[in-house]
Design a protein around this ligand. Structure first.
Ligand code: ATP
Ligand code: MG
Length: 649
């Protein structure tokens, strides 16, 4: 991208770690040195230190058949044993693993000993239903502890889970079941959301009618207490079946490269891909990043990641990372605004949360509602904040730090993907001087670069395409059933360098700024402009709560910038009589330059987002260019597109 990111750099404040924080921090600068001196040795050490290997490995990386990597491949381990039994054996069975809170306010406190006992029974149940190592199990559950139990039980017997987000439709569920040929579905009667029970079992029934399926049984957890239809012989109640099985279960060792799960990407840019992850490397990087990026002190911290287990963030930073590290965490079933807009902040106060990890989309929606809600609660237990999912604009970063973090907490902006399995780019809170808006530096042991179209690395103060230049432990091992798409999507552009699909830029200090997806980059009169940059400029204006920018075909400039903007709630009255679009166009021109001035600005009340909260710009591009809108199956709320189209016509 030829344009500068000076606009993003208008926020000039920098936040070095305090002496006090650095003194107690888990990670120090020595980590970078050790990894730089011997990258593979570094990962081998981490893996031995962080995990229990039933059979120690002697080989670290086999990259003889790129892009198919094998890590620690002559070692054997059991992923669930690492997340459960070993903590109990080490004397930490009484430590709380999960403080669970249901949306209606019911709670459960589950210790490591209790979680281990539950998973053992569930593993026996799966075995009794004929599930064997390598079989696929679809999990379609709300955010209840059984989701964690189900995932770990599948892992414990060497089977493969495919978690499908509970908000997805019957069709989306069916396509994922078919793609993975799942033998079993684990679901619930229903779950709580926005003060009501939403049915899940109905969607499973609808998904399984029609053509013959691979599914033999459906296990149903009782949660919503709603009426459900029943197919005798196929459907089984989870609690009834668990009461019948043995309580004891010995975790067997599986090879390091035993497949662990398939997870479909968010579908922000197109049809979701079934990303395959395996065991030893994945768990190593999950544990390493969770411990070091969040500065986890498992004996004293209370950690909370707000992601749903249906996303990669929920896999790595609700289930595998925290449990491998023996952390105590909060898990919440419902939505942030139920029954009041301060529910999350209330939970942080109630459980004394010290580490909190969420997404920019959530932060911006809280900004839109105003700081009066978090200010009703005592958030002083917080000491580390994290962000993931989209670029976090400096404006939102500062709000997060000041309003949620009491102007003291470090914020780690973590870049990674379903494909990378774990965090790749992020500061370390006890080491890095943090810069609002920048994800900054690759983690120790991770090698990334920014290349131009020809594959040449760009220098400081230049932009291009983000790549990972060396294999990493938690890298995807493929796209389920589609090795050609795997090669084509990630490895055809730059050979054995992994092409992430994101645009990025180095600043003058060599820190990395994520600029949005390559598919979303705009080309205006020959200038490549970043969506993230223009959106940040718009959000920096006091009127704006959220903004999405796309490039639409334009006769004179090739593409023109079109912006969709949501006005802050408390600004609605003031802005009524103003020409808001003109004001914002002027503002962007001042902040970035005339070239970036949006041709059109549409004031809307909502933006189309994936169910994981990411803006789906390709749909806005369809609207801006007057096309019929494309595939909306991964959209959180399909009504949003009609309301936007109505505004435009
Ligand atoms: P699909 O690949 O199907 O279009 P997706 O890319 O949205 O879906 P995910 O794997 O959930 O699915 O998201 C990864 C993407 O999220 C990254 O490629 C990047 O675009 C964005 N992202 C994640 N974290 C950050 C971050 N800290 N800063 C900027 N962008 C981020
Ligand atoms: Mg992606």
């Amino acid at each position: 991208m030829s344009n500068t990111i000076d606009n993003l750099l208008h926020e000039a404040r920098r936040f070095p770690p305090t002496e006090e924080f650095a003194a107690q921090a888990i990670a120090d600068a020595g980590l970078y040195e050790r990894a730089a001196a011997d990258r593979l040795g570094f990962w081998a050490d981490q893996s031995r230190e962080l995990l229990h290997w039933h059979t120690p490995f002697t080989r670290t990386l086999d990259w003889s058949e790129p892009p198919f990597a094998k890590w620690f491949d002559d070692g054997e381990l059991n992923v669930a044993f690492n997340c459960l039994d070993r903590h109990v054996l080490a004397g930490n069975g009484d430590r709380v693993a999960i403080h669970w809170e249901g949306e209606p306010g019911d709670t459960r406190t589950i210790t490591y000993a209790e979680l281990t006992a539950e998973v053992k029974k569930a593993a026996n149940l799966l075995t009794s239903l004929g599930i064997r190592a390598g079989d696929r199990v679809a999990i379609y559950l709300p955010m209840i502890p059984e989701a964690v139990v189900a995932m770990l039980a599948v892992a414990r017997i060497g089977a493969i889970h495919s978690v499908v987000f509970g908000g997805f439709s019957a069709e989306s569920l069916r396509s994922r079941i078919d793609d993975a040929e799942a033998k079993l579905v684990i679901t619930a009667d229903g779950g709580w959301r926005k003060g009501r029970v939403f049915p899940l079992k109905d969607a499973v029934d609808a998904a399984l009618t029609g053509d013959a399926t691979s599914v033999e049984h459906v296990l149903v957890v009782k949660r919503g207490e709603n009426e459900v239809a029943w197919t005798e012989g196929r459907d089984l109640w989870w609690h009834d079946e668990l009461a019948l099985v043995d309580a004891d279960h010995v975790a067997k060792a599986f090879p390091a490269e035993q497949p662990l799960f398939i997870l479909y990407t968010s579908g922000t840019t197109g049809k979701p891909k079934g990303i395959l992850h395996t065991s030893g490397g994945y768990l190593t990087q999950a544990a390493f990043t969770h411990k070091n990026v969040f500065d986890l002190h498992p004996e004293s911290d209370v950690y909370w990641c707000s992601a749903d287990v249906g996303w990669i963030t929920g896999h790595t930073y609700v289930v595998y990372g925290p449990l491998a590290n023996g952390a105590t965490q909060v898990m919440y079933e419902g939505t942030p605004e139920t029954p009041h807009p301060g529910r999350w902040w209330e939970l942080i106060e109630k459980y004394g949360v010290s580490i909190f990890y969420t997404a920019p989309t959530a932060i911006r929606s809280f900004m839109k509602l105003g700081r009066q809600h978090p200010q009703k609660f005592d958030l002083s237990s917080l000491r580390v904040l994290g962000s993931v999912g989209e670029p976090i604009n400096p404006e939102a970063w500062m709000w997060y730090r000041e309003v949620i973090g009491g102007d003291t907490t470090p914020i780690v902006d973590t870049w990674w993907q379903t494909e990378t399995g774990a965090i790749m780019i992020s500061g370390l809170p006890g080491v890095t001087t943090l810069k609002p808006g920048s994800a900054q530096v690759p983690l120790p042991g991770i090698s990334v670069d920014i290349l131009d179209e020809a594959g040449t690395p760009v220098g400081k103060d230049q932009g291009g395409l983000l790549v990972v230049t060396e294999p990493w432990p938690s890298m995807l091992r493929g796209i389920w059933g589609d090795p050609d798409r795997f090669r084509e999507t990630y490895w055809s552009k730059f050979g054995d360098k992994y092409f992430a699909g994101d645009g990025a830029r180095y600043d003058k200090d060599g820190d990395i700024w994520l600029l949005g997806r390559v598919d979303d980059v705009m080309n205006v009169s020959g200038h490549r402009l970043s969506t993230a940059e223009i959106e940040s400029a718009l959000v920096a204006h006091p009127f704006t709560a959220e903004a999405a920018v796309v490039g639409a075909a334009d006769e004179t400039t090739g593409q023109a910038v079109v912006a969709f903007v949501i006005i802050k709630q408390n600004q609605l009255e003031q802005t009524e009589a103003l020409d808001v679009a003109a004001e914002l166009r002027k503002h962007v021109a001042e902040q970035i330059g005339a070239i970036a001035r949006p041709r059109d600005i549409f004031i809307v009340s909502e933006l189309p987002k994936t169910r994981s909260g990411k803006i789906m710009r390709r749909l806005l591009r369809d609207v801006a260019e007057g096309r019929e809108v494309g595939d909306t199956t991964t959209l959180a709320d399909t009504a949003v597109m009609s309301s936007i189209q109505a505004k435009l016509s």
